[in-house]
Design a protein around this ligand. Structure first.
Ligand code: B12
Length: 135
């Protein structure tokens, strides 16, 4: 009896969450990417795509690249602990000796606290891939 009550209560508690996620199934959400090179000062590149519910940034980058590899390509290196590290964009690669790297930010100017494999863009968010230096 007690078990039945517990099961009933817990399924009632879970129901709203399940229903909320169901409304997102199959939907696509827009994400914008700006490629910015503060070292070679090439013009910014603005790219757009759509991704499924709570998809990762790397997924958006792959989709853009697969749709238009002439315009946007990138390389990653797998880190044992933190997953994919963005090494190069359109042939421009970070360099440890020169202290250059591709920084990840969200507009207007907030560095991401995760890498491309962990970060989940919000719908309509603009992500900046910025080639820059570290101190
Ligand atoms: C130094 C450092 C960097 C340097 C590394 C270059 C270098 N040659 O030193 C630079 C400035 C390039 C860097 C960049 C980034 N970093 Co960093 N970085 C660190 C830091 C402070 C120390 C790492 C270290 O030297 N460990 C000791 C050495 C001996 O171990 P190691 O395994 O060889 O270290 C390597 C990895 O840590 C790797 N690395 C560093 N940062 C990141 C981030 C990601 C996502 C990946 C996959 C690998 C990686 O580079 C190190 C040197 O080769 C750590 C925080 C900490 N206190 O540990 C954050 C840390 C690892 N970085 C982090 C982040 C978020 C980033 C960025 C995404 C920030 C951004 N907004 O752009 C970018 C990566 C972007 C990309 N291109 O993919 C997070 C990762 C969290 C997560 N789960 O994703 C950490 C934990 C800081 C935090 N926010 O708490 N980082």
């Amino acid at each position: 009896m007690a078990l039945t009550v517990i099961l009933l209560l817990s399924s009632l508690l879970l129901l709203p969450g399940l229903l909320a996620n169901n409304s997102e199934i199959g939907k696509e959400f827009p994400v914008k990417l700006i490629v910015q090179d503060t070292i070679h000062l090439t013009p910014d590149q603005i790219l757009q795509t759509t991704i499924p519910y709570r998809a990762i940034l790397l997924g958006a980058m792959r989709k853009i690249s697969e749709a238009d590899p002439e315009n946007f390509r990138f390389e990653i290196r797998e880190d044992t602990y933190y997953g994919p590290f963005l090494v190069s964009v359109n042939g421009v690669a970070g360099n440890d000796t020169a202290h250059t790297y591709w920084e990840l930010l969200k507009e207007p100017n907030t560095p991401l606290k995760q890498g491309v494999g962990c970060y989940i863009p919000e719908p309509n968010e603009t992500i900046i891939l910025r080639f820059t230096t570290w101190d």
